[in-house]
Design a protein around this ligand. Structure first.
Ligand SMILES: Nc1ncnc2c1ncn2[C@@H]1O[C@H](COP(=O)(O)OP(=O)(O)O)[C@@H](O)[C@H]1O
Ligand SMILES: [Mg+2]
Ligand SMILES: [Zn+2]
Length: 271
């Protein structure tokens, strides 16, 4: 007699009344039927699997949308904690932040990485972004300079579209807050961006070569606009102080090391 291919239980005699109404061949075929619910479970499992796959596809589409609208330097697409120099405090913080974020699904506060040019602020934020994206979190990265540029060229349409995504993503990264020339237009747009995110209560990571507040700066440094407060105004710096844990990125500049390595390789004839 036939057995269930899943649990091995022998089929039982089919004594459903309606069987008699069917043709003899079909009656013969349905004489024995499963005596367990493995088949139904299997069907249910398949349905659930299909549903999961459908949701995954949606998620991928959604993540792609955030990636597509992200304005970021291509060289950071493959930055990960595994292929990084992890000796700095900032990278340690970045890694733990990403792990905790993935475990909790979100974070109650963001990070503000500040430090000199080339110390690895963008790199650290890219490692976080990539770790989160791998864990199916939606991340949007906006380089402030490129964002402002885009707004000057495409105006309101671009802004509305970007701000919708700013509300939606799990993590927003604002890269390089500290662009050279801060006009009223730039101040306005940056405030819109940060305020839009602020209202969602979701985290933001900012990288900048400026201090956050004027505290500790000399009068001259304040004049020169070496803080977010002096350059963009306290509306913006106050919001950020509330949203972000400040993390100093120190150490020597990485910039130029690539260049030296390329030069060395070139001179050895193995570039
Ligand atoms: N922890 C690190 N491990 C490996 N490479 C790094 C690390 N930090 C920075 N880099 C490299 O150094 C370069 C400069 O870093 P970047 O993040 O652009 O500096 P910043 O944004 O602070 O100006 C990047 O191209 C990056 O590849
Ligand atoms: Mg940078
Ligand atoms: Zn069975």
């Amino acid at each position: 007699m036939e057995k269930c291919k899943y649990c091995g239980k022998p089929y039982k005699l089919n004594n459903l009344a309606f069987l008699k109404a069917l043709s003899p061949e079909i009656q013969e075929k349905l004489k024995y039927i499963p005596d367990c619910d493995c088949l139904e479970k299997e069907k249910q499992f398949t349905l659930e699997k299909l549903e999961r796959e459908r949701q995954q596809d949606c998620l991928k589409g959604k993540m792609r949308a955030y990636r597509d609208i992200s304005i970021i330097d291509k060289k950071f697409i493959n930055s990960t904690f595994t292929n990084a120099d992890m000796t700095s405090n900032a990278m340690e913080v970045a890694k733990q932040y990403a792990e905790q974020f993935i475990q909790e699904g979100t974070a109650p506060v963001g990070l503000l990485f500040h430090g000199n040019v080339g110390t690895g602020k963008t790199f650290a934020s890219a490692c976080i972004s990539n770790a989160l994206t791998d864990a199916n979190k939606t991340v949007m990265v906006l380089s402030i300079g490129l964002y402002i540029n885009k707004l000057q060229r495409e105006w309101a349409e671009a802004e509305n579209n970007v701000l919708e995504h700013v509300k939606g993503c799990d993590l927003l990264v604002i890269d390089d807050l500290g662009v050279e020339k801060v006009t009223e237009f730039v101040k306005d747009k940056v405030f819109m961006l940060i305020d839009t995110r602020y209202r969602t209560g979701k985290p933001v990571i900012v990288t900048t070569n400026l201090e956050l507040k004027n505290d500790g700066l000399t009068e001259k440094q304040i004049q020169e606009g070496l803080s977010i407060e002096s350059r963009f105004g306290s509306r913006i710096s106050d919001r950020l102080a509330e949203m972000c844990q400040v993390c100093a990125v120190t150490g020597k500049s990485w910039r130029g090391q690539d260049t030296r390595q390329k030069f060395v390789n070139f001179m050895r004839g193995n570039n």
